[in-house]
Design a protein around this ligand. Structure first.
Ligand code: GLN
Length: 265
């Protein structure tokens, strides 16, 4: 089996270390003997490249870079990305990239940046004087059907551990929240929503990067991608995740959240 990972604007959208998501997907495939191709989706990329990827990864960026990306992500490219996500291509979009999948992002300085309007949500930066949302983030995935699917695999509530660093606040409209905040700010520090979920696309403020800290989300994306591509059920072979699990346990303990208490609450 083979998988093509599309990486949106690798140089412009990599300010916060989200390339770790690409590496995590790549390694978890390779350890299982699944061949991986990483396809950079950048300014010079042809539409055909957008069309052929099996998973899409988008990272965080600063306001200035987001503006450059949005100037490029127009017309046929925007359409190709929209169609892929509409049709269920799995994707993980962190921080700056979900802001661009919504209707718009209003930066602290400068003009509103129009987004793709794929996720029914808006993002606004309350201004340079406003405090940024920075710190460890923990949320429970509650969106359907991903919450149920992950709960079945894990045998407990799917908790995401990450780190957030954003000035923008996101307000969901007619789109499911990916989860409910347990610790941290989440989408806006007000309504306890964390991220958004659309078809098989995960939008989140969780850096970390997200996938190495939450390996089960990486496997969910890989499985969805392979099932779509090969049009059959796929069972991923288990990996030794003892180190990742120990790290998660330790992190939850540091944050004052004993894993069993959170999982059972
Ligand atoms: N520029 C956006 C903000 O500050 C996104 C930041 C990020 O991607 N971490 O809200």
């Amino acid at each position: 089996m083979k998988i093509a990972i599309g990486w949106l604007y690798p140089t412009l959208m990599s300010t916060y270390g989200d390339r770790g998501n690409v590496i995590c997907l790549q390694r978890r495939c390779q350890w299982r003997g699944i061949e991986v191709e990483i396809v950079p989706l950048r300014k010079s990329t042809e539409i055909a490249e957008f069309n052929r990827v099996d998973i899409i990864v988008g990272g965080g960026a600063q306001d200035r870079q987001q503006e450059i990306v949005m100037r490029d992500l127009q017309g046929a490219k925007a359409q190709a990305l929209k169609e892929k996500l509409d049709q269920g291509t799995p994707g993980v979009f962190t921080c700056g990239s979900p802001q661009l999948l919504g209707h718009y992002y209003e930066p602290a300085l400068g003009k509103r940046i129009d987004g793709l309007g794929l996720l029914d949500m808006v993002s606004q930066h309350p201004g340079i004087e406003a405090q940024r949302c920075i710190g460890n983030l923990v949320f429970e995935i509650t969106a359907s059907p991903i919450a149920r699917e992950l709960t079945e695999i894990l045998g407990e509530k799917p908790l995401v551990i990450g780190f957030e660093n954003h000035g923008g606040r996101t307000y969901l409209q007619d789109v499911q929240a990916l989860g409910k905040v347990i610790k941290g700010y989440g989408n806006n520090g007000e309504d306890q929503t964390a991220g958004a979920f659309y078809q098989n696309a995960i939008a989140t403020y969780a850096h970390g990067p997200l996938l190495p800290k939450n390996h089960f989300v990486a496997d969910w994306l890989i499985k969805k991608a392979l099932q779509r591509k090969y049009e059959r059920q796929i069972a991923l072979s288990p990996l030794d995740d003892s180190l990742a699990l120990a790290g998660r346990k330790n992190m939850l303990r540091r944050l004052g959240l004993a894993i069993s208490e959170v999982a059972l609450s």
